[in-house]
Design a protein around this ligand. Structure first.
Ligand code: UD1
Length: 322
């Protein structure tokens, strides 16, 4: 069998670079397409050295459709993992048009380009944000209610429709993977550089000698703080490989989580324990608007459809950061 070549949009990002690492390990060729707006070139340099191979890196915007089509033709791409996106929920409220342009319009265009060039496989990075802010304590099922509350979640949800139409075309293969809260790293060189999520925020504060902050301690949960499903980025990468290599047709969307919930207080305590600072003061602040008390994945479909279950515990994910 000839070696498959995969285009990884956003492949210099935190998640994209982990997918590149996993695909190369599994014997696939990868081509990285990244604007480097949030992606980091040194992640690709690290992967080139680690695997001792050349990895093409095309520095271009996902909205540069001529460039995208040229790259797909030049490298004879077999499959696309599309992680390039804007991903800050708060920012999406301020710049909805830009979020729809980058996350929805560009995905639609990319799929049209893929179709014109006989690319048969497409795996889309979607998000638990498609479920919005459910008021139940039940794990989210893929076929349950979708009610995104941010332009970020809405842009991803609408883009899923185009992916679904693509994979429903005979001969095509793929799915949308809905990531829950992504944590951990395979190597210090691939660390999350965002300042958006709980664990990076807590680490940033501790580095500056500031106290971590909990948004809301009066939720109807075991310790009053929000419950989320924290899934290791290495498991996210494994899920992409499972989707790429699945021999059966996949459902249009799959949750990628652990199926286990952890509270904000538990996460902060794990981080403090990892750095031997359990006596650090933690600030208890009011709720942040839009946060559901509970958001966890029902993971049965990913298991039955492609044999995927997450392997890393939250403890292991947190430890990987140090
Ligand atoms: C949201 C999105 C998710 C997106 C992520 C990144 C939804 C449903 N989910 O996840 O798709 O990938 O943002 O922007 O919209 N917290 C604190 N203190 C802090 C920071 C966070 O207590 O300093 C709490 C939050 O209130 C929340 C939990 O930690 O309960 C996780 O927050 P965060 O990492 O921002 O992710 P989500 O809001 O769950």
């Amino acid at each position: 069998m000839t070696k498959e070549t995969w285009l990884l949009t956003g492949g210099a990002g935190y998640i994209g670079a982990h997918i590149a690492d996993e695909f190369i390990r599994a014997g696939k060729s990868v081509v990285i397409y990244d604007s480097l707006y949030q992606g980091l070139e040194h992640r690709i340099q690290y992967l080139r050295t680690k695997h001792n191979i050349d990895i093409p890196l095309i520095k271009a915007d996902i909205r540069d459709y001529n460039e995208l089509e040229g790259v797909i033709r030049t490298y004879k791409i077999d499959g696309i993992v599309h992680t390039a996106a804007l991903k800050a929920v708060g920012e999406s409220m301020e710049k909805p048009d830009e979020y729809f342009e980058v996350n929805l319009t560009a995905t639609n265009e990319l799929i049209d380009i893929a179709k014109r060039n006989s690319v048969k496989k497409f795996i889309f990075s979607s998000t638990a944000a498609v479920y919005g802010s459910p008021d139940t304590m039940d794990p989210c099922r893929e076929d349950g209610p979708k009610a995104p509350i941010s332009p970020y979640g809405d842009s991803k949800y609408q883009a899923e429709a185009k992916v679904t139409a693509f994979i429903n075309t005979p001969g095509n293969h793929g799915t949308s993977l809905r990531f829950f809260n992504v944590v951990g790293t395979a190597a210090p060189e691939l660390l999350d550089n965002s300042v958006e999520n709980l664990v990076p925020i807590v680490l940033g504060k501790l580095n500056k000698g500031a106290a971590p902050e909990i948004f809301g301690t009066d939720y109807p949960t075991k310790d009053g703080t929000c419950i989320r499903d924290y899934v290791d980025v290495r498991d996210i990468a494994r899920a992409h490989l499972a989707a790429a290599d699945a021999t059966q047709p996949l459902p249009p969307a799959l949750n990628i989580g652990t199926g286990r919930g952890a509270s904000v207080r538990e996460v902060i305590n794990l981080v403090l324990a990892a750095i031997n600072k359990t006596d650090t003061q933690v600030i208890e602040s009011p709720r942040r608007s839009g946060d559901p008390a509970f958001l966890c994945a029902d993971i049965n479909l990913a298991k039955s459809a492609m044999g995927f279950t997450a392997q890393y515990s939250l403890e292991a994910s947190v430890k990987s950061l140090f």
